[in-house]
Design a protein around this ligand. Structure first.
Ligand code: DON
Length: 571
């Protein structure tokens, strides 16, 4: 009897404790906001820690540029799938005075790279060689990019202040989200095969939400950058560790490659679409040219009346995208190495002529579409963040190590992942890369050349005032996601968070299919479009747009993509 009583009491205690503790599991790991309106300043990024570090720097009196540097380093720690110091990116910025600058800190091919480096003796592409492991890495540009931004624009003028929060997170660790646990678990085999020593991402038991990720080696690398400046990455101990890693794993990045890396200020590209001035990135990104082409091609049509994702709108946009990606495959590459016919590609008469064979009732087959012909002239991981500060400066940065966790290779002793950006080159004409994109001579590998990108960090002005800051990851779908987000606001009157969350679709010439997120097109419109000759391919989420809209009353409206852990905050 006594025994039974004991058992009963234990059971009651157990239930009470269980009930008392139950609510704990409902407490979210992070406060994540998908939509916000603020008076003065805002940061939207892929991780709450990174957003909060940016906001904190703004509150300390830093400007958008200070915050951007803080966010880039924070993402390298708390968002290793794409945030980086071992990759590169592009910044489009607009100062409060309206001055536009664009910075190219894209990776470069090492000096020992050559055009056939991923081909076997029969000239076939060796599967995976440009995607996994040491040989996939280009010379990283992110650290040089951050110092270029710091030197030109920092208001706080104290680099230590900008990088220290990231050092602390790497050293003490941070709790990973459920999505991050899932991503890390999915790459365990790849981490094991692509590394010469096991990185902190490899774990015996599966990762789970709330696990602490501590990155001591990365913290030490960040400290070297803090204490020695750029030389803390491109020279000395970090450079030694990178080169040692290359030698151990068959890579080709040398000390000279690292020392010679130089980010470049580029001339911004812009186009006017129905009174909005859309500013974006020049080559080696294809984003600015492609976005210009898309907007000009659809401008004559009443898509506002046709409606969001209606049969007519989807058909028109698909036909424009098909033609633009055909041009991308043939004509776009690093303009420093290959003469990109920029003026021709943006020429309004050319773009009109491209749409001459647009049939409002029928799909055009991609096989019948070739890139435009010009007279030769003489002579699926990335991350985006958007920031507006209290003074009115705006920054749009997309940064990447290419696919999820880049090459999956971590530099032993330095704790950061190397990119696999070399796959963005065309390894062989006619053979699609990781994103199914085709390329040609314009994007062939050459020593020192930058690989073509789709990253499209953009800023939109209206009446000469800042109107929107926008961008996204998503490989080949980046351009079309930015394009559709701009249309969602300017044509379909959505709020920023609605525009970011709205379902998306994508066409890239080849494969000749409209890729759609679930429910992006209604069943009736889909049947009608199939009747016109379009083929659909349903796929997972497309892009993660993080964007800010400036309302007529001056308030900031932010949208953080619900497809990820993205978070918007400000004041
Ligand atoms: O630069 C580019 O176009 C690619 N490396 C971007 C990769 C990317 O967006 C992956 N994210 N999902």
């Amino acid at each position: 009897m006594k025994k039974h009583l004991c058992l009963l009491i234990s059971l009651i205690i157990f239930f009470f404790t269980a009930c008392k503790e139950a609510p704990k599991t409902d407490v979210p790991l992070y406060e994540i906001s998908k939509a916000a309106t603020t008076d003065k300043a805002m940061v939207v990024s892929a991780h709450p820690h990174a957003t909060n570090i940016g906001v904190d720097l703004l509150q300390q009196g830093g400007n958008a540029y200070d915050a951007a540097i803080g966010v880039q380093f924070a993402l390298a720690v708390v968002y290793p799938v794409a945030g980086n110091i071992g990759g590169g990116g592009f910044m489009v910025s607009r100062t409060k005075a309206g001055e536009i600058t664009t910075l190219d800190y894209r990776e470069k091919a090492p000096a020992a790279a050559h055009r056939d480096m991923y081909l076997d003796s029969l000239d076939n592409v060796i599967k995976g060689l440009s995607i996994n492991g040491h040989l996939a890495a280009g010379v990283p540009g992110s650290v040089d990019g951050m110092f270029k931004i710091f030197e030109k624009y920092s208001k706080l003028k104290d680099f230590k202040k900008l990088i220290q929060p990231s050092i602390d997170l790497a050293e003490k660790g941070f709790k990973i989200t459920a999505k991050q646990a899932q991503n890390l678990n999915g790459k365990q085999d790849a981490f094991k095969t692509c590394n010469t020593t096991m990185p902190v991402f490899v774990k015996d038991m599966p990762w789970k939400e709330g696990d602490l990720l501590v990155q001591k080696d990365l913290a030490n690398t960040l400290k070297r950058i803090r204490d020695q400046g750029e030389a803390g990455f491109y020279e000395g101990e970090t450079a030694d560790l990178i080169v040692k890693e290359m030698q151990a794993g068959g890579g080709i990045i040398s000390k000279e490659d690292l020392k010679n890396y130089d980010a470049v200020w580029r001339t911004p590209l812009n186009t006017v679409y129905k009174g909005y001035n859309i500013i974006s990135m020049a080559p080696p990104s294809s984003g600015g040219i492609a976005l210009t082409q898309l907007l000009e091609m659809v401008e004559p049509y009443p898509i506002k009346d046709w409606g969001f994702q209606s049969q007519k709108t989807v058909h028109l946009i698909t036909e424009a995208e098909r033609r633009v990606y055909a041009d991308r495959a043939k004509h776009l590459g690093d303009n420093d190495y290959y003469k990109v016919p920029m003026e021709e590609l943006k020429n309004p008469d050319y773009l009109k002529s491209r749409m001459k064979n647009f049939n409002p009732d029928l799909a055009t087959s991609s096989d019948s579409i070739e890139a435009g012909v010009f007279e030769p002239k003489e002579s699926e991981q990335t991350t985006h963040f958007s920031i507006v500060d209290q003074e009115g400066n705006a920054i749009s940065i997309t940064t990447t190590i290419n696919s999820g966790y880049g090459s999956k290779t971590v530099v032993t002793g330095a704790g950061f992942l190397l990119n696999n950006e070399m796959d963005d080159f065309s390894s062989k004409p006619g053979t699609p890369n990781f994103y199914g994109l085709l390329g040609a001579e314009a994007n062939a590998i050459e020593p020192g050349k930058r690989m073509l990108s789709s990253m499209t960090p953009s800023i939109v002005e209206k009446d000469n005032k800042l109107f929107m800051v926008v961008g996204t990851p998503g490989g080949s779908t980046i351009i079309t996601s930015v394009f559709q987000t701009i249309l969602n606001v300017t044509e379909f009157g959505m709020t920023m968070d609605e525009a970011v969350a709205a379902p998306r679709f994508h066409h890239q010439w080849k494969p000749d299919k409209i890729m759609v997120e679930k429910d992006a097109v209604s069943p009736a419109d889909r049947i009608a479009l199939e009747g016109m000759g379009h083929e659909f391919l349903e796929r997972g989420s497309i892009g993660r747009v993080d964007a800010i809209l400036i309302k007529p009353n001056g308030k900031l409206e932010g949208g953080a993509d619900p497809r990820g852990d993205d978070h918007v905050a400000g004041f």
